[in-house]
Design a protein around this ligand. Structure first.
Ligand SMILES: [Zn+2]
Ligand SMILES: [Zn+2]
Length: 184
């Protein structure tokens, strides 16, 4: 089975303020892993309508649908970046999610921040975590399932420590499925 990546674009859309170098670093990481040109866009739409007052979180399923609907047809994949706390009904929170073999994924930095766990802010660690979540979710859109190799980026994780334990890379098996990997 081969899932070889396609020669189209990945649209990286930030919702809310993200430092420029966050977006450019993520774009580089995506290009490295998938060999697909990345286009960065910034959106400042009002996310209030995605807020669930009962859970005091933002609805990950509805946000995923919203990002999916924004993506122009000529773009191959889209990934939406958020700053808000995301949930889906069956889970207390999510770092991100994506349509399996679909066009769209989302990720949030909210639960990736050290401050969330009473630790000191660490921007480079935060960016590293966010990049892993983004690559993981895009991996799902390219048809990769969860992997059992301990340090593979496609390994599933519940806690931020799980993200820290894996590398921002596909294992050789996932790499073979996705196509070729440029950067080390
Ligand atoms: Zn996953
Ligand atoms: Zn793997």
């Amino acid at each position: 089975m081969e899932l070889k990546v396609n020669d189209k674009n990945i649209l990286l859309i930030s919702f809310g303020h993200f430092e420029k170098y966050y977006l450019t670093t993520l774009a580089e990481d995506i290009l490295c892993r998938f060999l697909v040109p990345v286009i960065i866009e910034e959106s400042y739409i009002d996310l209030n309508e995605y807020y669930d007052p009962a859970r005091r979180q933002y609805d990950g399923n509805r946000l995923l649908r919203m990002v999916d609907s924004l993506a122009p047809a000529e773009h191959f994949k889209s990934i939406g970046l958020f700053r808000t706390d995301l949930f889906i009904p069956i889970l207390t929170f999510i770092f991100g999610q994506a349509y399996f073999k679909g066009r769209t994924g989302i990720a949030s930095i909210y639960r990736l921040r050290n401050e969330q766990y009473g630790m000191e802010r660490d921007d480079s660690l935060l960016l590293d975590r966010l990049s892993k979540v983004v690559i993981h979710e895009l991996g799902h859109t390219f048809g990769l399932v969860h992997c059992h190799v301990p340090d593979c980026v496609m390994r599933s994780g519940t806690y931020v420590e799980d993200i820290d334990q894996k590398k921002n890379k596909f294992c050789s098996k996932c790499e073979e499925l996705i196509g070729t990997e440029y950067c080390t």
